[in-house]
Design a protein around this ligand. Structure first.
Ligand code: NAP
Length: 490
């Protein structure tokens, strides 16, 4: 049987005893159990869903100290950040509980019959939504709570009435097991089927592939690399019955700083940007990987200030040694393709130093290798000669979770064009602050055109994340008994 080893992210040393990787029989058992649980959970009430989600939030908070300590060993993200992430995860669970209580998953549109010939006349239509079924959920490495076993994907799927089989991330296997133990306890306390949330694990791609291929899986949710997400999306599409696959993949999150912003507060923006580039060792899907500037004295001074501010940052160890290697390789690739290093701190075996590179917009436009995400504490400055060149750079980026526009306070032809260019490629456009930090709220959009997301019309953060796991059904001329049951047969 294949084994899965946990590692101390700070030292690279093995941590604890190896765990067994899931076999194909284990995966089948977990999915069968999730399918059986869906039979009842799919018709659960909002109150039942809320009770489960609230209890899961309380269970996480109740085990905070042990969870944070374990997560800190496996991820090196630090206890303050990890404890804050538990707060965020519990908040997400309670927010979806509240939505279930308010009946959001059961909202329907009653469109009474209109007499007369079509198209104006039509039958009585009742449009509502049904849960998809068992969801294969791929935990992310960089948010061991908020995007992992009990993260937003699991919370929103349960609130929608779906069951879940989690593919644990091999970067924090012991933590995943501990969180899963909490879930089992809550399910048992509430008399719910153990299979409502399952967990499979492995350190090879076969486990995830088998999960997505399983005929009873109805949807996939994923946060991770573009390569991994693309491979799993292809698996989802290649099934005899393809399924929706909600992947949140790579993003370089351009920050466009116009001279108007730099004239007013360049030093402050440089310090803020340096912090955002290095926070969490740069391991955020919203890390500002591209800084787009227009040549001139204000830009020269921002570049000098940012160089100085970033050089003093001391990122902590990366999540895994593989990510550390990938970071070094990404920086080397940028330099080989013409980027000039401005900050190049060596770092240690586990913790990279911060990096800042610079290139002209003309070179960036010419060289697609410079458009790749380099996951870690680095950013690439692109120096443009005009607003038109900035727009060309945004267009070349293609798809991004965010675009930040600093200095667009006044309306002009330029700011209108830039806002339009930003909206064309990003799911979220910021006019202040930095893209790291994603509010869990009603109007959030965390997704964007490829490669930010496989389904740019959906979000993996915020209230609308629920919509991914519900499918619309119209009931036409439904009988009275069904209408009396608000369109829910059982
Ligand atoms: P990853 O390599 O994409 O892995 C995420 C999950 O998908 C893991 O459970 C992994 O399983 C599985 N997986 C990956 N490729 C697969 C394939 N071809 N078939 C089936 N399953 C597959 O992401 P990661 O380990 O978190 O980080 C690696 C890189 O992803 C980072 O260096 C960074 O570039 C990027 N990343 C991006 C984000 C983001 O939010 N945009 C977040 C995290 C990471 P196994 O590991 O067991 O194979």
């Amino acid at each position: 049987m294949t084994l899965l080893q946990s590692f101390d992210a700070r030292t690279g040393a093995a941590h604890g005893e190896p765990l067994n990787a899931s076999t194909s029989a284990d995966i089948d058992v977990a999915v069968q159990a999730a399918a059986a649980a869906f039979d009842t959970w799919g018709s659960s009430t909002g109150a039942q869903r809320a009770a489960l989600l609230d209890a899961l939030a309380a269970a996480l908070e109740g085990d905070r100290d042990a969870l944070v300590a374990l997560a800190d060993v496996e991820t090196a993200l630090g206890t303050a950040r990890l404890s804050g992430e538990i707060d965020r995860t519990a908040f997400q669970l309670r927010r979806f509980a509240d939505m279930a209580t308010r009946g959001v998953p059961f909202e329907r549109l009653d469109d009474p019959a209109v007499a007369g010939a079509p198209p104006a006349g039509h039958p009585a239509m009742l449009r509502q939504r049904v849960p998809l079924g068992p969801v294969a959920m791929f935990a992310a490495s960089n948010f061991p709570f908020a995007f992992s076993v009990l993260g937003g994907d699991t919370a929103s799927a349960l609130a929608a009435g779906c069951s879940v089989v989690v593919k644990a991330h091999p970067g924090h296997p012991q933590l995943s097991q501990r969180v899963f133990g909490l879930i089992r306890g809550v399910l048992q306390d509430q008399g719910l089927p153990a299979g409502l949330v399952g967990l499979v694990q492995g350190a090879a791609i076969e486990v995830g592939v088998a999960l997505v291929r399983h005929s009873l899986i109805a949807a996939g949710a994923f946060t991770g690399s573009t390569r991994g997400g693309a491979a799993l999306q292809a698996e989802a599409n290649a099934r005899p019955r393809p399924i929706p696959f909600y992947g949140e993949l790579g993003s370089i999150n351009p920050v466009v700083a116009l001279p108007a912003a730099l004239d007013a507060k360049g030093a402050e923006l440089a310090a803020t940007l340096a912090g955002s580039i290095a926070v969490g060792c740069g391991q955020f899907c919203t890390n500002p990987g591209l800084i787009v500037l227009i040549d001139g004295p204000a830009t020269d001074s921002l570049v000098a200030q940012l160089t100085a501010a970033l050089a003093t940052q001391q990122p902590h160890a990366m999540l895994t040694t593989g990510m550390r290697r990938a970071f070094d390789a990404g920086i080397t690739r940028f330099i080989e393709n013409g980027a000039q290093p401005l900050v190049q701190q060596p770092g240690s075996a586990q913790a990279p130093g911060p990096h800042l590179l610079q290139v002209s917009a003309a070179k960036f436009l010419q060289q697609p290798a410079l458009h790749d995400e380099v996951f870690g504490p680095s950013s690439l400055i692109v120096r443009a000669r005009s607003v038109a060149e900035v727009l060309a750079v945004l267009d070349a980026v293609g798809g991004s979770l965010t675009v930040t526009l600093w200095g667009a306070e006044a309306e002009s032809d330029d700011t209108r064009a830039l806002v339009r260019g930003a909206m064309a490629i990003a799911g979220r456009v910021l006019f202040a602050g930095v893209p790291t930090g994603v509010a869990v709220t009603a109007a959030q959009q965390h997704g964007g055109p490829w490669p930010a997301s496989t389904q740019p019309m959906t979000t993996s953060v915020g209230d609308a994340a629920l919509d991914r796991f519900l499918r619309p059904v119209s009931l036409q001329d439904a009988p009275a008994w069904l209408r009396a049951r608000e369109g829910r047969p059982c």
